[in-house]
Ligand binder design. Structure first.
Ligand code: VG1
Ligand code: CO
Length: 601
């Protein structure tokens, strides 16, 4: 509770009179503070303290929110500074509005929620809707914002980063349509954090977040809600739950879902075991723990190793899946079969209209992030729907969806989603795969051979060919060394005109990816160094924007084949040559001293 004592330490607090005035709209533009000013009540009946503060360095939003060490977030006013900066950036818009709030259950979440509630009341919000025990998965927050028409929501999560006092905490803001805040908002927040001088804190007690119900302070309300209900209602509008229930209850079908001790436990239990009637115990590691059981809640082949073992066993279930800390990522596996996320989004898109009621009328368009494998491009061409290639990070999909140009989108980083909400959605992806399997197995009698995940993949590859894809992560490298490697790769790009040979590959183009949003014209530059070869193969380098210390280098590799004899090849074998080209041209080992990546996908 260091942070709260930080608020209390402030010497320049003033309590304003708690008059019976209605909410006062603050003037547009950032709010500036001057010592000793008595603040007006932001909401009728609530006294507001003005608390002096000073800026912290480096409160810059990365790919998805602000992520730092938990101990940084626990420093006096660290979280409050960022939240107040957000409210300053939003200006008078927030007066009388309702804010959503919740997080992935990691350490410091409940304390953080109490701080945020006081700031929301102090800044003129009329109401906060918060998940019970301050819990709310990222996709669920997006659903809550949309269903309840909230002004926006704050998600307390560092997603797939480990949690606990010695690991990471994070915060992100989602806006009116449920989408991650666009860069024009996050840039403003950062500017505010550099000059912040005061906090507007409502003088109200902590709220009991353990029980569903409403607490009132004057005309300010805090409503504690079941974190699952709205999200489930949204998913019921997308999928045919009775059909899925019938399929899941087949005695010859089994599945397992690993919540990795993170937020999806309560959701997965309610949906798979409750609504769909899967056997008790289908959901494993289903109780959210403040430190995720000491694990790394990132659903990939390295960190979800228990699930991988289960799925490679002789008696493996037909479907296995896992999700990350905040529930927006998914990994999908069949028995002894890994579905690459780049393929997963393409396979879902190819089958969506036939298998999922929400997409019955066809897709409006599809989108993927630039480093994501290009299988989805082929599906778009076949379906004759618009296709978009965006920078890494979900915030770039929001505008396309709001404009009705994109139904399904995905990222290679285990992110899959659709326009039912504005976030990637782990459980949604699993329900998509269940829907595909349910549809393809409709005519299979009990005891017959079920169509498997591997069968769905093979069928797709024989139709479209296969985009082999792999990502190498070099986590927590020395930042300066990583920077030097990036500079070197830039110099290689500058010196390599089309036609340059790299091993057996001939360069078609190389650049630093930039994106112009087709809806609002905003431009995002410096989004990844890419080499595209004349056979469509690609090598991409990016620095991660979600880490909390050091630099994580991501190397993405892709190569296409329509050679029927090679479709089932192991991706690492298929990509061996091009991976070597990437390591050589970047001198990655030389610059970083790393012999091997930390994670291979
Ligand atoms: C990573 C992924 C990116 C994803 C982001 C947030 O970003 O590469 O695709 O959108 O994490 O995911 P970066 O900058 O580290 O490469 V989540 O589930 O952590 O909110
Ligand atoms: Co996440």
């Amino acid at each position: 509770m260091q942070l709260r004592s930080g608020l209390q330490q402030a010497t320049s607090s003033r309590i304003s009179s708690a008059g019976a005035r209605a909410a006062i709209a603050r003037p547009a533009g950032p709010k500036r503070f001057s010592k000793g000013v008595v603040m007006a009540a932001a909401v009728a009946g609530v006294a507001v303290k003005e608390v002096a503060t000073t800026p912290y360095d480096g409160q810059k939003t990365g790919t998805s929110g602000l992520r730092k060490k938990t101990r940084d977030f626990m420093k006096p006013n660290y979280l409050a500074n960022w939240v107040q900066s957000l409210f300053n950036a939003l200006g008078s818009e927030v007066a009388g509005e309702t804010l959503g709030l919740g997080g992935d259950g990691r350490y410091f979440g409940v304390e953080a929620a109490q701080i945020i509630i006081k700031l929301a009341a102090g800044n003129g919000f009329a109401k906060v809707v918060v998940g019970r025990d301050a819990l709310m998965a990222t996709p669920a927050m997006s659903a809550v914002i949309r269903r309840r028409k909230l002004y926006g929501g704050l998600i307390m999560s560092a997603s797939h980063n480990p949690g606990g006092p010695d690991n990471d905490f994070g915060i992100k803001f989602n806006y009116k349509a449920g989408e991650p805040a666009p860069e024009k908002i996050t840039d403003k927040i950062y500017a505010e954090t550099q000059t912040i001088s005061g906090l507007r804190v409502a003088d109200i007690p902590d709220v009991d977040l353990s029980k569903v119900g409403t607490t009132r302070f004057g005309s300010f309300e805090v409503e504690v809600v079941d974190p699952v209900a709205d999200y489930l209602a949204t998913l019921k509008e997308v999928f045919d739950f009775p059909a899925l229930r019938a399929f899941v209850s087949r005695p010859d079908f089994t599945m397992t879902f690993d919540s990795m001790h993170a937020i999806t436990g309560p959701y997965a239990k309610a949906i798979f075991e409750g609504e769909l009637g899967a056997a008790a115990g289908t959901v494993v590691n289903g109780v959210p723990l403040p430190d995720f059981g000491g694990g790394h809640p990132d659903p990939n082949l390295t960190y979800a190793h228990d699930l991988v073992e289960t799925m490679w066993a002789a008696d493996a279930p037909a479907l296995g899946a896992a999700s990350d800390g905040d529930g927006d990522r998914n990994m999908v596996l069949g028995a002894r079969h890994f579905v690459s996320p780049s393929d997963s989004v393409a396979m879902i898109a190819a089958n969506a209209a036939d298998c999922i009621p929400y997409f019955k009328g066809g897709l409006k368009g599809v989108a993927r992030s630039m480093p994501t494998g290009a299988a989805l491009d082929r599906v778009a061409a076949k379906l004759k729907v618009p296709f978009f290639e965006t920078p890494t990070g979900w915030k770039f999909f929001g505008n396309l969806m709001d404009a009705g140009k994109c139904s399904i989108c995905g990222e290679e980083s285990f992110g899959t989603g659709a326009d039912h909400i504005r976030e990637k959605d782990g459980i949604f992806a699993v329900l998509c795969w269940l829907s595909i399997l349910a549809h393809k197995n409709k005519g299979v009698p009990a005891g017959g051979k079920l169509v498997t995940v591997a069968d769905v993949a093979s069928e797709f590859w024989s139709e479209y060919g296969r985009n082999f894809f792999s990502r190498y992560d070099y986590e927590e490298c020395d930042s300066a060394a990583a920077g030097r490697m990036v500079d070197h790769v830039r110099s290689v790009i500058a010196a390599s005109p089309p036609g340059t040979k790299f091993g057996a590959f001939t360069l078609a183009a190389a650049d630093d990816f930039a994106y112009t949003d087709p809806i609002d014209g905003s431009v995002a530059k410096g989004q990844g160094l890419r080499f595209v070869f004349d056979d469509g193969s690609r090598i991409i380098f990016r620095l991660s924007g979600t880490g909390s210390s050091g630099a994580t280098i991501r190397l993405y590799i892709e190569q296409y084949t329509d050679d029927k004899a090679r479709l089932q090849e192991d991706a690492q074998v298929a990509l061996k040559d091009i991976i070597n080209v990437a390591l050589e041209l970047s001198k990655l080992k030389e610059f970083t001293g790393r012999e091997k990546p930390t994670v291979i996908t």
